[in-house]
Structure formats: C-alpha cells, structure tokens
Design a protein around this ligand. Structure first.
Ligand SMILES: NC(=O)c1ccc[n+]([C@@H]2O[C@H](COP(=O)([O-])OP(=O)(O)OC[C@H]3O[C@@H](n4cnc5c(N)ncnc54)[C@H](OP(=O)(O)O)[C@@H]3O)[C@@H](O)[C@H]2O)c1
Length: 241
C-alpha cells in the first residue's frame, strides 16, 4: 500500500516539485494551496495530483481540509509543511500586518497543520513531518525580521517535536533552502541576481526546486528512520551552520 503524503503550498514553486517527486516515488499525494485557483487547477490537470484549497494560517480550516484529504486518500503519513510567504521590509518600516501575516502563515501554519495530524501518526506508530524552513531562518536577513523569526521558529519546533515523536516512530526534520530558482527568485532583476546574489553562492548558481524535493523524498523514506530533529541545508555552500 502506498503511503499518503500532504504537501502544503504544493501547487507552485518548490512545493510543486515536492508533490511531483513524492508521486514519482510512489506516494499518494495531495497538494494544498491558498488562493491561486488557476495555477492549482493547471497543476492538477498536468500531474493528476488532487489539489485542496485552504489557508494554513487558520486552525479550523486546516482541521477541515485535513479531514477532506484523509476522506479522499486515507490517513496522512507524510506531512510536508512547505507553504510560505514573504512580506519584506526594513524593521523600522515594518507594519504589524506584515509581521503577523508572515508569522501566521510560516510559523503558526506549521502548528495548525501538524497538530491535527499528530495524534493519528502517534496511534499508527509512524509518521514523517518535514518542515521547509530557510537559510534566512539560520543566518537572519536584513529586511526579513518577520520571515527570519518565523523560519527560525520552525527549526525550534522541529527539534522539540522530534524528541516527542521519536518513541512513536515519527521523525520530524527541516530543510533550509538557499536561493532556489522559483518564480519569486527569478523575478529579481537580472543585474541584481548576477552582481549581488550569485557571488554569495559558492556553487555559482541558483538551486533547482527538484534539488529540495529530492531531500524531502529521502527524509520521507524508511531509509531515513534514524534521522530526526535534523536540518538539511540546501544552499550551494552559501552558509554553514
Ligand atoms: N524560493 C526560495 O528561494 C526559497 C528559499 C528558502 C525557503 N523557501 C521556502 O520554501 C517554501 C516554498 O517557497 P516557494 O518559493 O516555492 O513559494 P511560492 O512559489 O510563492 O509558492 C508558495 C505556495 O504556498 C502556498 N501558500 C502561500 N500561503 C499559503 C497559505 N496561507 N495557505 C496555504 N497555502 C499557502 C501558495 O498557494 P497559492 O498558489 O494559492 O498562492 C503556493 O502554492 C516557502 O516556505 C518558502 O519560505 C523558498
């Protein structure tokens, strides 16, 4: 029986690559998204992966969305917390709304998604929770106090929950991507990418979404059962913890 995997923000960018790679590895995959129906429907038509719309920043919506996924595919055994947003700004200009939106999606969203699934994983004595954090949660980034705080919070959550899940066969790990060539990053002006960003990356290029997806497939596998509470940095050598 193939395992069921749910990927939040699984219809675009890194999340789409994760959903596709998990399907190729034999999982029954569901992809969640927030509001871009056009992209989500196109992704569903192209990949055959069913898409489910809800906002991860709302606990009740998560509980209801998870129930729908489980009714359609079965109990969720692999949860990939990938949904994330940026609302950048220097701290002296950052509004409470910018702060709250990012914390609510990137940090509270991880609680909202993991909490309703956790007891089922405990009962079945198996689970994989994989949190997509960021290099900027490890090193901090000017203009991203909100995002860096949320992504660092995801790493603390990962390490604490790993200790709680270990005796129940549940692993909890994080991946910290560096600059990955998604729409968001490719929208950065060519000269900024070439002159300011690429020189910071020793391998000399952006990462590909599929390179993050392959880390997820490994962490989800039975082969990774002894790895928990860990962080994989996929950043081209830009930052070492
Ligand atoms: N790209 C990078 O270089 C990079 C680097 C480090 C870390 N990351 C992290 O990797 C993850 C994916 O990034 P990405 O660049 O692939 O992002 P992206 O292309 O902007 O895609 C984001 C996905 O998350 C969904 N989403 C956003 N807010 C949501 C919410 N409240 N509820 C449910 N779904 C929501 C979006 O749904 P809609 O399509 O409906 O909007 C979309 O599917 C994020 O956590 C990001 O912080 C990215």
């Amino acid at each position: 029986m193939s395992r069921v995997a749910l990927v939040t923000g699984g219809t675009r960018g890194i999340g789409a690559a994760i959903s596709t790679a998990l399907k190729a590895a034999g999982y029954k995959v569901a992809a969640n998204y927030a509001g871009n129906d056009e992209k989500a429907k196109a992704f569903e038509a192209e990949t055959g992966i069913p898409v489910f719309k809800w906002d991860v920043s709302n606990y009740q919506s998560c509980a209801e969305g998870i129930a729908k996924v489980e009714a359609a595919l079965g109990p969720i055994e692999v949860l990939v917390n990938n949904a994330g947003i940026t609302r950048d700004g220097m701290f002296h200009k950052m509004t409470p709304e910018q702060w709250n939106e990012v914390i609510n999606t990137n940090l509270n969203g991880v609680f909202n998604m993991t909490h309703p699934i956790w007891n089922g994983m405990r009962e079945r004595n198996f689970g994989r929770v994989i949190n997509i954090s960021s290099i900027n949660g490890q090193k901090g980034q000017m203009g991203q106090a909100n995002y860096s705080a949320a992504k660092a919070g995801d790493l603390g959550f990962t390490k604490a929950l790993a200790q709680e899940g270990a005796a129940k066969g549940i692993t909890v790990n994080a991946i910290c991507p560096g600059y990955i060539g998604t729409e968001m990053v490719r929208a950065i002006p060519e000269n900024v990418l070439k002159d300011r960003i690429l020189p910071q990356i020793p391998v000399g290029r952006l990462g590909e979404p599929e390179e993050v997806a392959r880390c997820v497939v490994f962490l989800a596998s039975d082969d990774a059962g002894f790895i928990t509470g860990s962080t994989i940095s996929a950043n081209g050598g830009q930052f070492f913890v």
